[in-house]
Ligand binder design. Structure first.
Ligand code: FDA
Ligand code: NAP
Length: 432
């Protein structure tokens, strides 16, 4: 019997908010296409390691999976609230920024309506080029997936959309392990050790660092927290209205079509909307705690300003970190139970997923992928299938590339581009 190959118009790699939003855009498209999304986690999980109880969203609830593309969508946050019977109380609360826990619940609710389009416990391990006719340019991509049982599965796609997310970044010289954690795995690690923690250091001055310091201080009444901060103090995330326009859907056009000088200016002036900055409310809350802490004489909050962590050595039941102080240009050691590196993330790099397929991609003079306005990678004429990116387009599409702000509209752009490309292509899910 002939072996049947599964062929889809679209295969999505990763099923976080970006590709979930794309699945919704495809679901609502008047031009149906066949699609399947692969997600390596066993269920939908949006930065679960940082799902701290009081952490709030950093974007308005209206910038959800669908509303900016289709305000009448049944997948918007308001539909979710209505379904849950909380719409009235949510409105009474008068807050544009729900907790991350509630937004996570919303994402799960939306994903549960699309179970037929996604395969969980499925890690994409390789992609390669296929020419349907056996020769000529590659017009399909073969996607190899490892399932929960370790068994490989292969499918083919006329278009792939890569959305594998940010990559945790450790400080130079440090490796994550039992006593040195990256913030992305914080809650998982914390639950294993919370009973034994008395002294913890948290490195970084971004939102993750500030939220973890606050959480540790509030959750463990005996713990002493050393916050190692590269700046003089936590700096505020600019979410004022004019600056916030940098995340508007229209801003993508002016960034994309702008000169390199205008792109550089956007980063120079507006990096503080997102990177190495903290929400006003969190900063003020932490300062109040620091004041109370000093007043009570407990000394549980210990801020090491203008400092960086250079090294960490295991000491048996803890870790000895080397802290460099810019103030006196000197280093000193600090013994802690664990060191938490809230040191940020690198952008998604599609080359990690593309492997040998990357040789078909066109790069600019700085070695970065060239990307069309519709988020499709520019490829040589040897590869004609579509490879699209959700993330990793900071150099072409701007500051919002790794954020939620624009995912509804971006997903709509990608869905439209794919359906236009697929017009006329056979719609069957399986071919012999
Ligand atoms: P995301 O990382 O969410 O999803 C990628 C998915 O791909 C993951 O589920 C991963 O398991 C999967 N995957 C990876 N490799 C795979 C493979 N080989 N095979 C199969 N699956 C694979 N932004 C914002 O605008 N507002 C906010 O409030 C926040 N809050 C926030 C909190 C925290 C703690 C962080 C770290 C980041 C944010 N962000 C944010 C930014 C964040 O990038 C954004 O919220 C989304 O996670 C982006 O969604 P994506 O789907 O692009 O990536
Ligand atoms: P980030 O904003 O990139 O901040 C990383 C911090 O680590 C910076 O202050 C950086 O300093 C510092 N750092 C790096 N190496 C260091 C070293 N060796 N010693 C001392 N400090 C060091 O990362 P993030 O806080 O994880 O935030 C990432 C994204 O997630 C942002 O978009 C953020 O908004 C989002 N987030 C959202 C929530 C939420 O929704 N509630 C929660 C957490 C995170 P330099 O600037 O000097 O490099």
């Amino acid at each position: 019997m002939a072996h049947e190959t599964e062929i889809y118009d679209v295969v999505g790699i990763g099923f976080g908010p970006s590709n979930l939003s794309l699945a919704i855009a495809l679901e609502e498209s008047p031009d149906p296409v066949t699609s399947l999304f692969f997600e390596r986690q066993p269920t939908l999980g949006w930065h679960r390691g940082m799902l701290l109880p009081s952490a709030k969203m950093q974007v308005s609830f209206l910038k959800d999976l669908a509303t900016f593309r289709n305000p009448a969508s049944g997948f918007g946050f308001i539909s979710y609230l209505h379904d849950m019977g909380r719409l009235t109380r949510f409105v009474n609360n008068q807050d544009f920024f729900p907790t991350r826990r509630e937004f996570h619940d919303y994402l799960e609710w939306a994903a549960s309506k699309l179970t037929g389009r996604v395969s969980y416990d499925s890690e994409v391990t390789a992609v390669s080029a296929v020419a349907a006719a056996g020769e000529g340019p590659a017009d399909r991509v073969r996607v190899t997936v490892r399932g929960a049982d370790g068994a490989p599965r292969q499918v083919e796609a006329r278009n792939v959309v890569i959305s594998t997310g940010l990559v945790p970044r450790m400080p130079v010289n440090l490796e994550a392990g039992e006593r040195v954690w990256h913030s992305s795995e914080f809650l998982h690690r914390f639950r294993q050790r919370e009973g034994e923690l008395t002294r913890v250091a948290v490195v970084g001055a971004g939102q993750s660092a500030a939220e973890i310091v606050r959480f540790l201080y509030d959750t463990l009444p005996e713990v002493r927290v050393s916050a190692v901060i590269p700046s003089f103090g936590y700096a505020i995330a600019d979410d004022t209205p004019f600056a916030n326009q940098v995340f508007d859907p229209d801003a993508v056009d002016s960034y994309y079509h702008g000169t390199q000088a205008s792109k550089d200016a956007v980063w120079q002036y507006h990096k503080n909307t997102n990177y190495s900055v903290v929400d006003d409310e969190v900063i003020r809350g932490l300062y109040e705690r620091a004041y109370e802490d000093e007043l009570s004489g407990h000394g549980r909050l210990d801020f090491r300003n203008l400092a960086r962590v250079l090294d960490a050595e295991p000491t048996g039941d803890g870790t000895r970190i080397t802290v460099y102080s810019l103030v006196d240009d000197a280093s000193y050691d600090l013994d802690v139970d664990v060191l938490i590196c809230a040191t940020g993330y690198d952008p998604m790099n599609p080359a990690r997923v593309l492997g040998e397929l990357d040789k078909y991609c066109v790069h600019d003079t700085e070695g970065r992928h060239r990307v069309d306005r519709d988020y499709r990678l520019v490829t040589t004429s040897d590869l004609t299938c579509g490879i699209y990116l959700q993330g990793g387009t900071e150099h072409t599409h701007g500051l919002g590339s790794s954020l939620l702000s624009n995912i509804a509209v971006r997903s709509g752009d990608i869905a439209q581009s794919i359906t236009a490309r697929c017009a006329g292509a056979p719609k069957k899910g399986l071919t012999a």
